[in-house]
Design a protein around this ligand. Structure first.
Ligand code: NI
Length: 251
């Protein structure tokens, strides 16, 4: 199994949580210069850990051009499998919308130049995200909509692009009705498992610190919703992740 999205920079028991994944793989995402440097470090330390680097929409106020240069410089690392997380987040700060869009577009341009998968964080910004993807003509780029939080109708619109949907702990929540609908209606071929650790722990660990192994509980829930076996969900979502991130692993 593969946790396609997490942040591990604040864990003291890294060895333990990574070992717990066994043969499973982990993709760690950066958000700013500091965490991007961490990603570059951790992928060297653990053979089953891969990374994506990028500037998160909530980090744009402190982002510098040299941070973008740093990203570009390291995109050819064999274990850097994408640019992210990047995108738009209008949840708290509405003053920097234009700046968020500017950084989103800059990083999409980089993805096109290097043919890299993008990991998109989009919250309360569905239409703007969709429009930018359309404007930027990213048809040839593989996209992961991480921690997908919009409606099934919107999901179907996004399928115009080469997208997969990152499904995390929210699908196990009682109030995660919208996401359950998405999981039910979207073919398993387009679903990825993720934790977004240390956030969003699935039931029965809701409220506790999340860790990559908990994708297991997300997979269990997806199996239940779609009426598939757990093995089938683990196998399919692993194949999906290998394909969407072009992971250097044989199928
Ligand atoms: Ni994240």
């Amino acid at each position: 199994m593969i946790d396609t999205h997490c942040h591990l920079d604040n864990f003291e028991n890294l060895d333990e949580i990574i070992q717990k994944m066994g043969n499973g793989k982990i993709i760690v995402s950066g958000c700013n210069q500091k965490t991007n440097e961490f990603v570059l470090k951790i992928i060297e330390q653990y053979s089953n850990v891969y990374g994506t680097i990028g500037i998160h929409p909530e980090e744009v106020l402190s982002a510098l051009d040299e941070h973008l240069e740093y990203i570009e410089k390291h995109l050819n690392h064999p274990k850097i499998v994408g640019i992210g997380e990047i995108g738009l987040d209008y949840h708290y700060d509405l003053d920097c919308k234009d700046l968020q869009k500017k950084w989103f577009k800059k990083q999409l341009t980089l993805a096109k130049k290097y043919q890299k998968t993008v990991v998109i964080h989009s919250r309360d910004a569905a239409i703007d995200t969709y429009n930018i993807l359309e404007e930027e003509k990213i048809d040839c780029i593989k996209i992961v909509l991480h921690c997908y939080s919009y409606s099934i109708e919107m999901a179907k619109r996004f399928q115009k692009f080469h997208v997969m949907f990152g499904i995390g702990g929210v699908v196990t929540f009682k109030n995660g009705i919208k996401l359950k609908e998405v999981v039910q209606d979207i073919d398993i071929r387009y679903l990825l498992l993720e934790t977004d650790s240390p956030y969003l722990s699935p039931e029965p660990f809701r409220g506790k610190v999340n860790e990559p192994f908990n994708v297991y509980y997300v997979a269990q829930k997806i199996a239940e919703i779609k009426g598939l076996t757990l093995e089938m969900v683990l196998e399919k979502t692993t194949d999906n992740a290998i394909c969407q991130f072009d992971l250097p692993i044989k199928l």
